[in-house]
Design a protein around this ligand. Structure first.
Ligand code: NAD
Length: 338
């Protein structure tokens, strides 16, 4: 008889390393069943979250025996960057579906830094602090992996994960991510001599008409090829609204007169999650433009956009894992107001 009926271990596991595996083994000693919550589900692949939940599950499965796997539930859960309550509701609901109200539940984890604040959000469950294993962290492992100079990252990984990463190294996605890694490094280096770390200001336009949102396909790194909102950096000589309208027109050639667009702004909101952009701290001012019902105006991708088009909201939800940065959550903010 184990001390707890259920253990919960939350992580991104990008990738799972020996420290994570140590915790899983500890959890299996202390609990009858283990719920592994794979955070950041359905994020478009980038150098911080390169692998899908399905790929992460495969990596984890490769490190465990069939008997161990019989005691493990995998729960992918997406992020709500701007609402811990919505994230917690999803965690509570999915955990309840498995535990059915059994109170003998323990959360395992390691409070490594301020990013581990979420471990304090479960007062209803016990907590088991695992401590730090060999100072390993996935960020350093990904850095070595995407620098591509050597395979020293392998020593920090269970064999199955190392083999998965070897195979992944032959994929197109790996070369794209390596280029993105180089791009981000060069970008940050260019700003390294500034007297203070920079804070970038951008705007985004959420233009909606009759259940469709205007989107573009990115022509440049980072996020090359991903679906995004029209938007970009604010210039020195323009207001936020002017910047937003300029980028909107430049990237989509939206055939609606500027005064009509100005009159269609119904709301705006600041999105400032410190981790929302890999280039550096970027605060975006998003504007919600609701156009009158009718035939969708003509659009055409140009400037930084390879393509512009009206995407139905259903299609948008189906393609969440191809949407750049937090743009899915920005759209959701405006279109799913109760
Ligand atoms: P992670 O893979 O970095 O770490 C998972 C766990 O392992 C953590 O407890 C960490 O401290 C521990 N760990 C890491 N290295 C270790 C080592 N060497 N030895 C021992 N333990 C070690 O994952 P994470 O980023 O902490 O995952 C949290 C997930 O929860 C993310 O996906 C995050 O987005 C999600 N989340 C979402 C929201 C929201 O959407 N509002 C809020 C909070 C958290």
């Amino acid at each position: 008889m184990k001390k707890y009926q259920f253990g919960i271990y939350i992580g991104r596991f990008q990738p799972l390393h020996l420290g994570h595996l140590q915790t899983i083994k500890l959890a299996l000693e202390q609990t009858e069943q283990l719920i592994l919550i794979l955070g950041s589900d359905r994020i478009a692949p980038d150098i911080k979250n390169p692998w899908s939940s399905e790929e992460r599950i495969k990596m984890i499965q490769s490190c465990l025996t069939a008997d161990e796997l019989k005691r493990i539930y995998f729960l992918p859960i997406r992020d709500w960057l701007y609402s811990d309550n919505l994230w917690l509701a999803a965690v509570q609901q999915k955990v309840f579906e498995i535990t059915q109200g059994n109170p003998k539940i323990v959360v395992l984890g390691h409070r490594k830094d301020t990013s581990s604040y979420y471990l304090d959000l479960f007062p209803q469950w016990h907590y088991l602090e695992t401590g730090l294993y060999q100072a390993l962290n996935s960020t350093d492992i990904r850095r070595i992996y995407f620098e591509g100079k050597d395979s020293s990252y392998r020593q920090f990984l269970p064999l199955g994960v190392a083999q998965f990463l070897d195979t992944f190294q032959k994929s197109d996605r790996y070369s794209t991510l390596c280029k993105e890694y180089q791009f981000v490094q060069a970008y940050q280096k260019a700003w390294a001599t500034a007297p203070y770390p920079p804070i970038f200001v951008t705007t985004d336009a959420v233009v909606v008409q009759s259940g469709h949102v205007l989107v573009v396909r990115r022509k440049a790194m980072p996020g090359l090829g991903l679906i995004a909102l029209p938007g970009g950096f604010v210039r020195q000589d323009e207001t936020l609204i002017e910047g937003m309208l300029r980028e909107l027109k430049e990237e989509t050639r939206l055939k609606v007169p500027l005064p009509v667009l100005r009159g269609s702004i119904v709301e705006n909101h600041v999105f400032d999650n410190p981790g929302r952009s890999l280039r550096g701290r970027t605060i975006t001012h998003a504007y919600f433009l609701q156009l009158k019902a009718g035939e969708l105006p003509v659009v055409k991708g140009s400037d930084d956009a390879e393509k512009a088009w009206w995407m139905s909201l259903a299609d948008l939800y189906a393609h969440e894992d191809q949407i750049y940065e937090d743009h899915f959550q920005i759209i959701q903010h405006f279109v799913s107001k109760i």
